[in-house]
Design a protein around this ligand. Sequence first.
Ligand code: SF4
Length: 280
Amino acid sequence: MIAPARSFPGNPEAGTLPDHISPTAAKSYLGCSLRYWFERVLRLPKPTSVSLHLGKSVHAALQAFHLARWRGGDDSPEATALAFDDAFQRLEREEGPVSFRKPADREKARLDGLRVVAAYLDSPEVLQGHPRAVEVHLSERVPGLPVPLTGVIDLVLGDYVTVDFKSAAAKPDPAQAAFDHELQLVSYQILIETATGETPPSLDLIHLVKTKVPQVGRVSTKPADRARKQRVVSLLERVVDGIAAGRFHPQPGMHCSWCQYRRECMSWPGVSKAVEGRAA
Ligand code: SF4
């Protein structure tokens, strides 16, 4: 019989509910619960990857642009590029170090980011007019979940369409992208419906593709029906359950090739001392 997965000894989270659950945290837990534990419970410091740093800096620049459109501020390409450069430096200082292999890589990443931001501003997908909300933090009690559901939605348009921005290395397949982000998209729909009583007519992803000539593409997904929402709530509930029970174990797969916790992963003991003693 295979022994059940155990938490590391002394896991402070075992037996306690998390304060809340977000689709980002749930996706991380479902991807690999042990990596989740290293990253979000133990918060083991690791260098920031170049792609994450770039993605966050682009995100900050787009946020500044959207806020300017919302508030009637400076939404020029120059101001948006400046917001990118500010974020690129600030995030490196506050959340770095970033794993640039050589100094020239840093400048290349910076220029790539500026090109991606400019491509969005020039694209048909750029925000037109005034949004309903930018970078909106929501936390709502949802039937079926023992803790609040939380999320930060990049953009909510006037008709309640939710928009989330994704940086990507290659142009994604639309159906695959919608499937990959179902948990997040439907969670946002549930949050908007709970907070406002309105159903978004569409759940949108805008991909910013970091190819030599950057590309910008939108994937629109229909709002979820009751069955899709129930599936997502059940998935979130399983995650909360797993965290509360201290179920953190290796889930090997392709994602291990870019996991920064492989060394720590190898020290996972598998079973508690008591179980090992009984087995001896
Ligand atoms: S190496 Fe793989 S199994 Fe181990 S923590 Fe990382 S993602 Fe999980």
